[in-house]
Design a protein around this ligand. Structure first.
Ligand code: SF4
Ligand code: SF4
Length: 168
């Protein structure tokens, strides 16, 4: 499984990920309403995932993923965590009728690497994981990918429909 190599030290400083203010958006697909089984295996963690209340700042409520280990600040499913977590700050979105990988410029790592770095990683994901999905699995994640998109996400790599030949 491919994991985008965001430096651990950077995430420890930033601490934005794995904490959420809204259960319905920007959370792992595995915990969103309608996001449970039968998600494709690559989007499912090895055990059920849940959100629990955490400590917020500035009176904002915060939900924390229960796979986040408080002592280490690391993901308890690391290496097997859901594809939408493994790809971030790339996001799988559905825009203008097709899937694509886009980059979230709000992640500090998105500004540290060149566009070519993210294109190369996106191509690796396309070849090793995306093209293994079945058309039915793609249909399952399509509405989640539609809901994932935000206008400021930068397109990185269009993805073909799984199950269709690339010349189609
Ligand atoms: S937003 Fe980026 S740098 Fe911050 S915790 Fe998430 S992946 Fe790490
Ligand atoms: S599964 Fe792991 S990487 Fe994904 S939100 Fe939970 S703790 Fe973070």
């Amino acid at each position: 499984m491919v994991v985008l190599p965001v430096p651990e030290a950077l995430c420890r400083e930033c601490r934005l990920c794995c904490r959420f203010t809204d259960r319905d958006i920007l959370t792992p697909w595995a915990v969103r309403p309608g996001g449970g089984d039968p998600l494709p295996a690559l989007f499912r963690p090895p055990a059920p995932l849940a959100l629990h209340p955490g400590t917020g700042r500035m009176d904002l409520p915060v939900l924390v993923c229960d796979a986040l280990r408080p002592e280490s600040g690391r993901c308890g499913f690391w290496g097997e965590h859901p594809a939408d977590c493994r790809l971030y700050p790339l996001l799988l979105v559905h825009r203008d009728g097709g899937f694509l990988l886009a980059l979230d410029p709000d992640c500090p790592f998105a500004l540290r690497e060149s566009p070519a770095f993210f294109v190369a990683f996106a191509e690796r994901f396309r070849e090793t994981e995306w093209l293994r999905l079945t058309p039915a699995e793609a249909d399952r994640i399509r509405p989640l990918a539609r809901g994932e998109d935000r206008p400021h996400y930068r397109a990185v790599l269009p993805l073909p429909e799984p199950g269709l030949s690339r010349s189609a």
